[in-house]
Design a protein around this ligand. Structure first.
Ligand code: HPA
Length: 279
C-alpha cells in the first residue's frame, strides 16, 4: 500500500530515502510528487508550495495534488502545516493534531463535484480529519515524548496577506486554535476521494494582535521536523483496522485513472458511469 505525506512550509523532503521526482497528469492539471526509494518505496511525498516554495497558498492546485496522490494508489495521507497560534497557551513551536476546521477561504477550486463530469454531491465533513490516523499518531508521539496537542480547530484564510487583529479576535471567539492559509480545501478534497487524511500544525507565530504585529519564527519547524516525519511514516504504515467513516461518506466512487481521463474525462458529462451518491 502506498502512503502519502504532504509537506507545508519548511517541509520539502523526507530524510532516509532518495526521492524520485515525477510529474503526474490529472484531469485538473499536473502535480509534482516525489516517489520514495529504498526504505521509503511505499511513500509518496508532495511539497504543497513546491520544492522551491514558490506557489502561494491561493494558487496551489489542490485538486491536482490530491488527485495525483489518488491516481498513484495513495489511500492514507498525513500533512504538515505551518500556522499562527490563536492562543497564548500555544507558543511558536507548539504542535497541534487537527480535528476541525473553519473555512474563510474564497475563490478556490474546492471540490471535484462541480457539476461537470463528476456530477454533484455533498460530502460529509462533520469530522474532517481521520480520527484513526490522528489517534495512532498521538500514541506514537507519546511513546517518543513528542508533545502534540491532541485536538485543534484550524481557521483557514485565503492569504497571502496575514490577518488583521480584528479577524484574529473573531477566530479566537469562534473557537479556533490555529490559523493558516492552506488547510482548506485540501482536507475536504481528500474526503471526497474517500482517503484517510490527518494533519499536524506547527505554530510559527502568535496570530496578529495576540502579542502585537505578527513575528514569524520558523525555528520550531526545524526542531521537530525529522521526528514528526518519521512518526508520519510509522503512523501511515500501521496495520490497523480503519474504524472511521472517511471512506464511507459521499465521495467520488470511481475517480478516473490517468488513462480514462485522457480519453473521456475532459468533456463534461462524458464519464457517465462515474456514480456519485447524491444527497
Ligand atoms: N496567519 C495565517 N497563516 C499563517 C500564519 C498566520 O499568522 N502563520 C503561518 N501561516
Amino acid at each position: 500500500m502506498r502512503v502519502g505525506i504532504i509537506g507545508g512550509t519548511g517541509v520539502y523532503g523526507i530524510k532516509g530515502g532518495t526521492l524520485a521526482e515525477r510529474v503526474v497528469e490529472t484531469p485538473f492539471g499536473e502535480a509534482l510528487v516525489f516517489l520514495g526509494t529504498g526504505d521509503l518505496t511505499d511513500v509518496v511525498f508532495l511539497a504543497r508550495h513546491g520544492p522551491e516554495h514558490n506557489v502561494p497558498p491561493h494558487m496551489i492546485n489542490y485538486r491536482a495534488n490530491l488527485m495525483a496522490l489518488y491516481q498513484l494508489g495513495v489511500q492514507r495521507i498525513m500533512a504538515t502545516f505551518a500556522v499562527g497560534s490563536l492562543k497564548l497557551s500555544l507558543p511558536p513551536g507548539s504542535m497541534v493534531a487537527l480535528d476541525q476546521f473553519i473555512d474563510f477561504t474564497h475563490g478556490r477550486q474546492g471540490t471535484f463535484f462541480d457539476g461537470g463530469c463528476y456530477g454533484l454531491a455533498h460530502t460529509d465533513v462533520t469530522y474532517p480529519y481521520c480520527p484513526v490516523l490522528r489517534e495512532r499518531l498521538l500514541s506514537l508521539a507519546a511513546d517518543r515524548r513528542l508533545a502534540i496537542q491532541p485536538r485543534g480547530t484550524y481557521v483557514a484564510f485565503n492569504g497571502p496577506r496575514l490577518e488583521t487583529a480584528a479577524e484574529i479576535r473573531m477566530c479566537a471567539r469562534l473557537g479556533g486554535d490555529v490559523v493558516g492559509m492552506t488547510g482548506v480545501p485540501e482536507a475536504q478534497l481528500a474526503r471526497e476521494l474517500g482517503m484517510h487524511y490527518a494533519a499536524v500544525a506547527t505554530s510559527i507565530n502568535y496570530a496578529a494582535g495576540l502579542k502585537g504585529p505578527t513575528m514569524i519564527d520558523k525555528s520550531g519547524l526545524d526542531e521537530n521536523r525529522a521526528l514528526l516525519l518519521s512518526l508520519f511514516v510509522e503512523t501511515l504504515r500501521s496495520p490497523f483496522q480503519m474504524s472511521c467513516q472517511c471512506a464511507e461518506s459521499v465521495r467520488m466512487k470511481h475517480p478516473p485513472t490517468a488513462w480514462e481521463w485522457r480519453t473521456t474525462g475532459q468533456e463534461a458529462g462524458a464519464n457517465k458511469d462515474t456514480p456519485t451518491s447524491e444527497v
